[in-house]
Design a protein around this ligand. Structure first.
Ligand code: ATP
Ligand code: MG
Length: 450
C-alpha cells in the first residue's frame, strides 16, 4: 500500500519535471537519410497534417551508437484513429496497448500515440493488477509524459527527421556516452508496473554493452519472482528477443547473474552444471550469435531444442533404465520437458513440434545402413537435425566420426554413398525384427522398405 502511494507521489513529481534537451545535428550526427523510408513518410505525413511526429526508442539509440537500427518506431500526438485516417494502408492493433501499423510496400512502421500518467478517473484506460503490473496503458499524454513512461533513459530519445534534432528528456545521450543503463523514475515502481523491464535491462546491457547503474540493478534479484505473474506468451516474446539479440551468450550469463533465469528456463542450472551440457548450450548460443550478426536467420525451435536437450537426454536415459524401449522413452522424456518448459514460457505449438522432430531425428543419425540414411536425407528438417548432430559432436557428447560420416555422406554421389553404408551390427536388428515381425503392419512396412 505504502509502496503504491509513494509510487503515485513519485510518479506525479516525475511526470512534471521533464524538459527536453534539444540536440542539433552537429552534436548527434544523425542525418535524415539514415531513417527508413517508411518511417520518414509517416513522420512527414503526420507533420503535414499538423501533428508532431518523431522516430523514437531503439532506432535513435542504435543510430547514436553507430549501429544500423532493426526497425523504426514513430511516436506522435495524433490519436490512433487520426493516424489511421491519414494513411490508407494502416490499421489499429492491440488492446493492452493500442497502436497503429502503417505499411509502405512490405515495410511496416509502428506508430504510437504519446502516453501519459493515469489518474483515478482513468481507471478504464489504465489498469493495474495487485502487484502493480500495468494491464492496460491507453491514457494519452504529451511528449514529455510519453518520454517519462518509457523504460530506460537511452530509450526515451526522439528524433525529428524534418529538423534533424534529437529531443532528450532524461539524459539518455549522456548515458550512452557513459555506457550506462539507467531506469527512468523509481526502479522498484517501474519493475512492478512491468517486470519484463528486468529482462529488457539484461538485454540492453548485453547488446549495447552498458553497465546497469546501481539503483537500476539493485532491486532486480529481489523482484525476480514478479516474472511469475507475466503472461507466458509475453515472456516467450521477450526471451526470444534476448536470444536473437546477437548477444545471447552474454545475455544468458547476465540473466543467471541476476537470478532471472530460474522461472524462465527451469532446466538451465542443471544443464549448465554438467560440463557437456554447458559446452553444448554455450556452443549453440555462440553459433546463434554468429548467425545473427551476419544477418542469417535463426530458428527459434532449434534454439529452444538446444536449451533443453540435455534435460531430455537425461530423462530419456532414466526412463530407459526403467525398462521402457528407446523410442517410447524418448517420447515420454520430450513430452515431460516440453510440458514443464511451456508452463513458464509459451513456446508456440509449431515450434514445440519442430523441437520434437529435431530430437527424434537424433537417434536416426545413428542408423547408417540400408535405406535409412537415404530416407533421413529427404527429411524436410534434415539440415537442422544435422546441425544439431554436429553440435552434439562438437560438445563431446558424441564421437565426432558420426558427424564426419554424415558430412561426407551428403557430399558423396549415389555410388559413393552406397559404398559408405555401414554393415549392420547384429544385436539391435535381431531384437527389432523379433519385436516387429508378428504385426501385420510391420511386415507390410518391411516389404515397402525392400
Ligand atoms: P529493439 O532494438 O530491441 O527493438 P527497442 O528499444 O526499440 O529495442 P521495443 O520493444 O521495440 O524496444 O520498444 C520500443 C520503445 O518502446 C522502447 O525503446 C521504449 O522506449 C518503449 N518500451 C518498450 N517496452 C517498454 C516497457 N516494457 N516499458 C516501458 N517502455 C517500453
Ligand atoms: Mg524497436
Amino acid at each position: 500500500m505504502i509502496t503504491k502511494l509513494l509510487g503515485r507521489v513519485f510518479k506525479a513529481r516525475m511526470f512534471k519535471s521533464a524538459k527536453p534537451r534539444i540536440i542539433a545535428l552537429a552534436a548527434h550526427g544523425i542525418r535524415r537519410e539514415q531513417i527508413g523510408s517508411c518511417a520518414l513518410r509517416v513522420c512527414d505525413g503526420l507533420q503535414e497534417a499538423g501533428f508532431s511526429a518523431f522516430v523514437v526508442g531503439g532506432a535513435v539509440r542504435d543510430l547514436i551508437l553507430g549501429r544500423a537500427p532493426k526497425d523504426f518506431d514513430v511516436a506522435t500526438n495524433a490519436k490512433p484513429e487520426e493516424v489511421r485516417d491519414i494513411f490508407r494502408r494502416s490499421r489499429i492493433i492491440g488492446r493492452r496497448f493500442r497502436i497503429v501499423h502503417v505499411m509502405c510496400g512490405r515495410e511496416l512502421v509502428e506508430v504510437s500515440t504519446f502516453r501519459g500518467p493515469a489518474t483515478e478517473a482513468d481507471s478504464n484506460t489504465q489498469v493495474e493488477d495487485e502487484h502493480g503490473r500495468l494491464l492496460r496503458d491507453n491514457v494519452w499524454g504529451d511528449q514529455a509524459q510519453d518520454a517519462t513512461r518509457r523504460d530506460f533513459t537511452i530509450n526515451a530519445l526522439f528524433y525529428d527527421p524534418a529538423k534533424e534534432q534529437v529531443w532528450d528528456y532524461h539524459g539518455g545521450v549522456a548515458d550512452l556516452g557513459h555506457k550506462r543503463l539507467r531506469m527512468i523514475g523509481e526502479p522498484v515502481q517501474r519493475y512492478r508496473e512491468d517486470p519484463v523491464r528486468m529482462l529488457r535491462a539484461v538485454r540492453f546491457s548485453a547488446s549495447c554493452d552498458l553497465d546497469i547503474e546501481a539503483s537500476t540493478r539493485r532491486p532486480i534479484q529481489s523482484l525476480a519472482t514478479l516474472l511469475n505473474h507475466v503472461p507466458s506468451a509475453r515472456l516467450f516474446d521477450e526471451l526470444l528477443k534476448l536470444l536473437l539479440s546477437g548477444h545471447a551468450v552474454d545475455c544468458i550469463q547476465r540473466l543467471r547473474q541476476e537470478k532471472l533465469h530460474q522461472d524462465l528456463l527451469p532446466f538451465l542450472d542443471a544443464i549448465l552444471g554438467q560440463d557437456s551440457g554447458e559446452r553444448f548450450v554455450m556452443q549453440a548460443l555462440k553459433n546463434t550469435d554468429q548467425r545473427v550478426r551476419v544477418g542469417k536467420t535463426v530458428s527459434p525451435a532449434f534454439l529452444f531444442a538446444t536449451l533443453t536437450w540435455h534435460e531430455v537426454r537425461s530423462r530419456w536415459q532414466a526412463i530407459q533404465a526403467r525398462g521402457v524401449p528407446s523410442i517410447p522413452a524418448l517420447h515420454e522424456a520430450m513430452d515431460g520437458v516440453i510440458q514443464e518448459q511451456t508452463k513458464r514460457i509459451a513456446i508456440p505449438r509449431r515450434f514445440t513440434s519442430d523441437m520434437k522432430d529435431l530430437w527424434l531425428m537424433q537417434q536416426r543419425f545413428e542408423q547408417r545402413s540400408g535405406q535409412r540414411p537415404f530416407r533421413l536425407l529427404e527429411h524436410p528438417r534434415f539440415r537442422a537435425g544435422y546441425d544439431f548432430l554436429l553440435l552434439r559432436c562438437d560438445s563431446g557428447e558424441l564421437d565426432p566420426s558420426l558427424g564426419e560420416w554424415w558430412t561426407a555422406f551428403q557430399e558423396a554421389d549415389t555410388d559413393a554413398r552406397v559404398a559408405m553404408l555401414v554393415t549392420e551390427t547384429k544385436t539391435p536388428n535381431k531384437k527389432r525384427r523379433r519385436r516387429r515381425k508378428p504385426a501385420a503392419s510391420a511386415a507390410a512396412a518391411i516389404v515397402a522398405e525392400g
